[in-house]
Design a protein around this ligand. Structure first.
Ligand code: AMP
Length: 257
């Protein structure tokens, strides 16, 4: 199995991690730091889907409408997309009938056939899932393909998230975000790179965001219970990313170092 040549020397065995956290909790920041500290490559379901939409693949075309409406893409497609990506990168071994249909980040495509992957225990086969699984059903399907061995639940108080969101500015064309208290743009109100104006996202108003947090919590509870029962759930609490990172690093070293 080709597990790549990434430097994961801090890890002694494969870390197959799922990062779960509410919108605005700093999941992107933690994901970037895990890549930096442990070379843990993040696989983002949203990014993979957007790539399929851009490439006009059958899956992308199918997913586009659902994504636009803010709904969830069909579970079976999501599982094939993610497991296919993991096999393509050599982090799980796939046996079975693979036929074309989905554009992964490379030539392997997996729609239309049963797949039976097996995860490598080599630390170079470590990865981080972001955005998948989102439902208990997806988690159960993933279980039958590959055993994830740590689910990190980022527990950030809603007040802290709302406070952050209230101070968030975004450069819409690039998605670059700033914070008027701790990550100010060099010049007030404009993007550092393009000089274009920064705006507030329409869904960043506290009332709307509060609702999103509530519905996230309701939707995620069954997923967390599923992984709790499986004995792989670990919750880390903190109001800021800097409070969470050292705890997360220590836990990963304890389990996989
Ligand atoms: P994200 O970038 O994670 O916010 O995902 C963007 C969109 O992709 C979501 O609003 C969903 O429509 C779709 N999506 C991403 N991940 C999943 C998933 N695990 N299950 C179903 N749909 C997903």
């Amino acid at each position: 199995m080709n597990t790549g040549t990434r430097n994961l020397s801090k890890l002694k065995k494969a870390a197959r991690i799922i990062l779960v956290g509410p919108p605005g909790c700093g999941k992107g920041t933690q994901s970037g730091r895990l890549l930096d500290h442990f070379k843990l490559t993040p696989i983002s379901s949203g990014d993979l889907l957007r790539e399929n939409v851009r490439n006009r693949t059958p899956l992308g075309i199918q997913a586009e409408t659902v994504m636009r409406s803010g709904g969830l893409v069909q579970d079976s497609l999501m599982v094939k997309l993610i497991v296919g990506e993991l096999s393509k990168r050599g982090w799980v071994e796939t046996r079975g009938n693979l036929t074309s249909g989905i554009c992964l980040t490379g030539p392997l495509s997996v729609i239309g056939g049963p797949i039976t992957p097996r995860a490598s225990d080599s630390p170079t086969a470590s990865f981080l899932l972001d955005g998948f699984p989102r439902t208990r059903n997806q988690a159960q399907s993933l279980d039958s393909e590959v055993a994830m061995n740590l689910v990190v639940n980022l527990d950030v108080p809603h007040d802290a998230i709302l406070d952050r969101i209230a101070n968030r500015l975004v450069h819409e064309p690039s998605g670059r975000t700033y914070n008027v208290t701790w990550n100010k743009p060099k010049n007030p109100g404009v993007d550092d790179i393009t000089g274009e104006p920064l705006t507030r996202r329409s869904d960043d108003c506290p009332e709307t965001f509060s609702k999103r947090l509530k519905s996230y919590a309701e939707a995620t509870q069954p997923l967390l219970e599923h992984y709790d029962k499986a004995g792989v759930l670990w919750t880390v609490s903190g109001s800021t990313s800097d409070e969470i990172t050292p705890q997360l690093d220590a836990e990963i070293l304890k389990r996989f170092g």
